[in-house]
Design a protein around this ligand. Structure first.
Ligand SMILES: *Cc1c(COP(=O)(O)O)cnc(C)c1O
Length: 461
């Protein structure tokens, strides 16, 4: 499998180069040249465990790592860091909750970032050289990226977060990691500012080349790829439990990375009837899927901070397929968006943007009501991101098909929301409770590209 850019202006590259490149050198996102159809293999895959399934899926997309190496990379990733498993399906009232937070930082991002850390280390060990990872986080990406890269040979990792706009716990999960190769930066701005700084520096090819800049944000193709696996896992499990042919999957969405993996899984032939896209009040994606209009709104701070995003960095991948893989058309749309803050796609005859995707908004009130209800009725604690999704799915009403709800974080990461919803201090986890007493390290920088550039140059000497 070769990789190309959504903007059509790089030569096709192999998987390892795609992993190191992060954002494509032409400013686009890296995508596989084709999407494999696995319809004929689904039956055989149903009996596989998580690592075996991950291997079968990844080998279709990875042409330049020997299969024995790929297999041991995957096994190492998913055996060590997850307890009891990367993806756990539990029936809770009307839904099948897919718990994706059994990794080191208690959010679903560990599933991709533990793999990415291992991939980086593997590639650098063979090619030599160093890699300087630059990432921006609205909360959970940063800690998961740091957990994936801490202490690894050949890697320095710089993570920007918006100062004062991630939760106390999210901040401590990052800044209490004192490994020498970990550099936290609190930027005086919001998440979109951090993301803009990252994108600008990554688009400066001289700087990117000279300082070997790599990306851990969900622009990195390996992250999307790793996330495809659990869609297969959960659909197989729910099919086995219910006998259903098709399953609907609801996904709480911010940067469009997680749901994009589900979209790829469906394109590959996995019988997902529809993907339910759920946003919080930052509803640019929900508005797009009902109107075709993708236009910047005002950023609101909500109880689900990891979804407080306006510009969804993975959306460009989806849009590329939406415009018939026409890179010229895609470039024109992205230019328009950069100029005006808005772009528009035609609505189909059936009034839909995509027959595979329905979208809705879960407000803060919905979130609190849903956490309260699931606690009272099913004795199960939803974190506020998961609750955005569950509230949207519930509002869409009943269907005959089983419903999977992706659970993206452990509730202990967001104790204030749980307290607000239930009136009680219920959300605990030992990995979180011990953070309060640990020392921290973090640089504070202004909302300024040059300040971040200087900091990186100075730090790596
Ligand atoms: C990152 C994150 C999301 C959003 O995922 P995207 O891939 O950005 O759409 C949802 N919930 C939690 C807890 C997250 O950390």
């Amino acid at each position: 499998m070769k990789y190309v850019s959504t903007r059509g202006q790089i030569e096709p590259i192999e998987f390892q180069d795609a992993v190191l490149m992060g954002l494509a050198d032409d400013g686009g996102l890296i995508i596989p040249e084709s999407i494999p159809d696995v319809t004929g293999r689904l039956e055989a895959w149903k009996s596989l465990d998580y690592s075996e399934l991950a291997f079968e899926i990844l080998r279709l997309f990875v042409g330049d790592i020997p299969e024995t190496d790929l297999k041991s990379l995957i096994e190492k990733t998913y055996a060590d860091a997850f307890d009891p498993a990367p993806a756990v399906t539990v029936r809770v009232g009307p839904v099948y909750v897919l718990e994706l937070w059994h990794g080191p930082t208690l959010a679903f991002k560990d599933i991709a970032l533990q793999l990415l850390g291992n991939l980086f280390e593997y590639i650098l060990a063979r090619r030599g050289g160093r890699l300087n990872i630059l990432g921006a986080t609205s909360g959970d990406t940063g800690s998961a990226a740091i957990a994936g890269c801490r202490g690894r040979d050949g890697i320095d990792i710089f993570i920007m977060h918006p100062a004062g706009r991630v939760s106390e716990i999210q901040q401590r999960q990052m800044t209490t990691v004192l490994d020498e190769n970990v550099h936290n930066i609190a930027v005086a701005g919001n998440f979109d500012d951090c993301q803009r700084i990252m994108k600008t520096l990554a688009a400066d090819l001289d700087f990117k080349g000279k300082y070997s800049l790599g990306a851990v944000n969900s622009v990195n193709w390996a992250r999307v790829l790793a996330q495809i696996v659990y869609y297969f896992k959960v659909v197989f499990e729910v099919q086995a439990q219910t006998g259903a042919q098709r399953v609907q999957v609801e996904v709480p969405t911010g940067n469009f990375g997680d749901i994009l993996a589900g979209w790829y899984a469906r394109q590959m032939g996995l019988p997902i009837s529809q993907l339910i896209l759920a946003t919080n009040e930052n509803d640019i994606l929900a508005r797009f899927f009902s109107s075709g209009e993708y236009s910047l709104g005002k950023l609101s701070q909500t109880l689900s901070p990891s979804m407080d995003i306006q510009v969804a960095s993975n959306f460009e991948r989806y849009l590329y397929y939406k415009v018939g893989c026409d890179a010229g058309r895609l470039r024109a749309l992205m230019d328009e968006f950069a100029r005006t803050g808005s772009l528009h796609v035609e609505v189909a005859d059936d009034g839909k943007i995509d027959s595979a995707v329905v979208a809705g908004v879960g407000t803060q009130d919905d979130v609190l009501a849903t956490i309260g209800k699931y606690h009272r009725e099913y004795d199960y604690l939803l974190d506020p991101h998961t609750a955005v999704g569950v509230s949207v799915a519930e509002a869409m009403g009943v269907s005959d098909e089983p419903l999977v709800a992706l659970s993206t974080a452990h509730p202990a990461k967001f104790p204030d929301a749980i307290k607000k919803a239930t009136g009680k201090d219920l959300a605990h986890h030992p990995a979180i409770d011990t953070l309060a007493n640990l020392p921290t390290r973090c640089a504070e920088l202004p909302n300024d590209i040059e300040a971040v550039r200087e900091f990186i140059i100075k730090t790596i000497g």
